[in-house]
Unconditional design. Structure first.
Lengths: 482, 222
């Protein structure tokens, strides 16, 4: 019998004790593995989020939040200065507004009243395709409107978006299913509507509807790649037409600046800030990504500490067990030394014994990790994103104004471009966080290898003190009677 | 030949200095069966530890054959214990997780004897000390005291040592079994030409050995 088989056999001298140790060790390694799985999943998610960062900068009027009744706005003249900056590829400008539906007694929530306060208090002949029974929950966060929101018969207002880039709505690329695109720079009364809006209002290409006391023609009907009630409830016009119809000539409520390279994003962001000064809020995609991964980083920190704690706990368990075993077998160690066994050989045998326990613990731990990895990861991320989301709702800009929050929906898309803020933000401003929550824990060979490596590390670390004790056992111990 | 000269071993017990062996000198020729007698605490077991290189003396020398054991380094002592000394203990001190056969093979494994040879020699030795074949695969817990001591003697003989040191080998056995074990050791000293030194309380056993040393308070008095 060689030292390896002796070491393995020694691990099973006391079945009940071995079983208990393996179980406790398994729980420790299982926790370590679960935390490792969570950490890897979070790492992957952070990598994905970072890789999806666009080289864009969002510009909005200072303090302006879509949905609030702010009176400030950017102007096309100001944005022209931004367009002229080095490394700026393009500037997508948009003006968003809402129109109450005909016959509704609801107040005009979230209307942008323009720089001169001349925004027209009009209604549209359209009806919103979104119904309250579909799941969205209406509430008014604005104290001035809360009483009416609770008591009046309410039909959702329809969003209107004027943009010089009608190819994108609510951060989603628009795909025309019928009709033609519109020119974002031409001042015409042509509009794009969603298939849901067309269906709700029995409209087709060439049909007309009214808004801002004007007759608008449906030029095209679009679909969006993913379910987005913000986009479905939006009428898209060219920017000049929207400025004219809403009486906000030259005003812009949101702009997306595209930079020629990610490397220049930071420097251009600073230049845009200094160009626009205090009139605008400037946020780069990098900053948005940083905000998005903030809850993930906290999960990563928690999982790292838990991982280290679990590995250390495992090592301490093995250490105490091996110390106990060495104390029990002092005489036996003395005998083996007396008959020619070297310290190295005896320590080796004990390390094999400790490794056997650790590997058995790792097998139990792997089962725990495989079963618990995904739910624990999801729970950690959900809790973290929920608390961040709550903080954002309580303290952040989205806490005011008009909101319809969707529940239970999932978004797996990339980080939403900044242009989404025009109106899409009302319809689930936590979509990015929901995307972050949609995290997949994967258990591959590398995880298994790392789990077993942790077991070996635990065994070696836990045997270190025992090895020192073994070296100190004098062979003359064997001469002493018990 | 074992030559012990001016052997001294002192211990520190609290603030008191205890002299376990005090200036002991003697010689034992090869193949002789010697015994050491004395009261408890007279230094018998300490002397045996020093002879077996289990402990280092404070002063003096022990020469076995042509090698001075007291000047050996630790790694040399391990080899010396493995190859040149065989131990038999009062409590048998077999490894409980190994079978009788594996216990006898263990010192041969340390001496790097090939596995087949280990197996063959261990089986022969166990047969020689009177263990039945069906008992060879039993673990110590399933052997009687006498059978365990036989296994211990077979283990002590495994590497054909020049010297066998036995500490009260019959101390835990009934008189009949004790006599059987003593006769076995006596016979082995003749057939294997091995020097055997036995520590015992039993003066009857001591009287049957070739030579008896008597210790009193760490000193050799006879």
């Amino acid at each position: 019998m060689n030292p390896v088989s002796r070491g393995v056999r020694n691990a099973f001298r006391n079945g009940i004790r071995t079983g208990s140790i393996v179980l406790i060790l398994g729980l420790s390694i299982g926790l370590a593995l679960t935390m490792l799985i969570a950490q890897k999943a979070v790492d992957n998610k952070i990598r994905n989020v970072k890789s999806s960062i666009g080289n864009t900068i969002t510009v909005s009027p200072a303090g302006f939040q879509a949905g609030s009744q702010a009176n400030n706005a950017l102007t096309t003249d100001e944005l022209a200065k931004v367009k002229a900056l080095a490394h700026v590829s393009s500037v997508e400008e948009s003006l968003s507004d809402r129109q109450s539906t005909t016959g509704s007694s609801s107040p005009s929530f979230g209307r942008f009243s323009g720089t001169d306060g001349s925004s027209q208090q009009t209604t549209t002949s359209l009806s919103s395709p979104i119904t309250l029974s579909d799941g969205p929950r209406f509430f008014s966060g604005d104290s001035s409107d809360s009483s009416s929101a609770d008591t009046t018969t309410f039909s959702l207002p329809v969003s209107f978006l004027g943009t010089n880039n009608p190819g994108s709505v609510s951060g989603n690329t628009v795909t025309l299913s019928k009709g033609n695109a519109i020119d974002g720079t031409a001042d015409t009364n042509n509009a794009l509507i969603s298939t849901q809006m067309a269906s709700k209002n029995n409209l087709s290409v060439g049909s007309t509807f009214t808004a801002y006391n004007a007759t608008l023609t449906v030029a095209g009907i679009f679909t969006t790649g993913s379910s987005n009630q913000g986009a479905e409830n939006t009428v898209v016009l060219s920017l000049p037409a929207m400025q004219r119809l809403s009486g906000n000539s030259g005003s812009v409520t949101s702009a997306i600046v595209t930079v020629d390279s990610l490397d220049n994003l930071s420097s251009v962001t600073d230049k845009v800030k200094s160009t626009l000064g205090s009139t605008a809020d400037v946020t780069s995609a990098q900053q948005q990504a940083d905000d998005t991964i903030k809850p993930l980083n906290s999960v990563k920190t928690v999982s790292t500490f838990s991982l280290v704690g679990a590995v250390v706990a495992g090592a301490v368990i093995i250490l105490l067990v091996m110390v106990m075993v060495v104390r029990e077998r002092r005489r036996e160690i003395g005998v083996v030394k007396a008959i020619g066994g070297s310290n190295a050989r005896i320590v080796g045998e004990f390390m094999i014994e400790s490794l056997t326990l650790a590997v058995l613990g790792a097998v139990v731990g792997l089962l725990i990790g495989v079963v618990g990895g995904q739910p624990v990861t999801k729970a950690l991320v959900s809790n973290s994103t929920a608390s961040n989301s709550q903080m954002a709702t309580t303290n952040g800009p989205g806490g005011r104004g008009f909101h319809i929050q969707r529940t239970g929906a999932s978004s797996s898309g990339p980080v939403r471009p900044a242009g989404d803020r025009g109106f899409g933000e009302h319809f689930g401003n936590n979509a990015t966080l929901r995307g972050v929550s949609d995290i997949k824990a994967q258990i591959g060979p590398s995880i298994l290898l790392e789990g077993f490596s942790a077991a070996v590390f635990i065994a070696v670390l836990g045997s270190a003190l025992a090895a020192g004790m073994i070296a100190r056992v004098r062979p003359s111990t064997v001469m002493r009677t018990e | 030949m074992i030559a012990v000269k001016n052997l001294v071993k002192t211990f520190q017990s609290g603030e008191t200095k205890v002299t376990a062996t005090n200036d002991i000198s003697f010689t034992v020729p090869d193949g002789q069966f010697a015994s050491i007698v004395g009261r408890s605490g007279s230094g018998k077991s300490t002397l045996l530890s020093l002879l077996g290189a289990l402990d280092k003396p404070t002063g003096g020398s022990i020469v076995v054959g042509d090698r001075d054991v007291t000047s050996m380094h630790d790694h040399e002592l391990i080899s010396y214990r493995g190859h040149s000394i065989g131990f038999v203990f009062q409590n048998y001190n077999l490894v409980p997780s190994l079978s009788a056969l594996e216990n006898v093979m263990l010192p041969m494994e340390f001496a790097k004897v090939p596995k087949a040879e280990r197996m063959e020699r261990a089986t022969a030795l166990l047969g020689e000390v009177g263990l039945e074949p069906d008992q060879m695969d039993r673990k110590p817990g399933r052997l009687s005291g006498g059978q365990q001591q036989r296994v211990a003697i077979a283990r002590a003989l495994a590497n054909k040592p020049k010297l066998i040191l036995a500490d009260e080998p019959t101390g835990n056995l009934d008189s009949a079994t004790g006599k059987m074990i003593f006769d076995l050791l006596h016979r082995l000293s003749r057939t294997e030409n091995t020097t055997i030194i036995v520590v015992t309380h039993d003066l009857e056993i001591a009287g049957k050995t070739d030579r008896t040393f008597k210790l009193d308070d760490g000193r050799l008095v006879k």
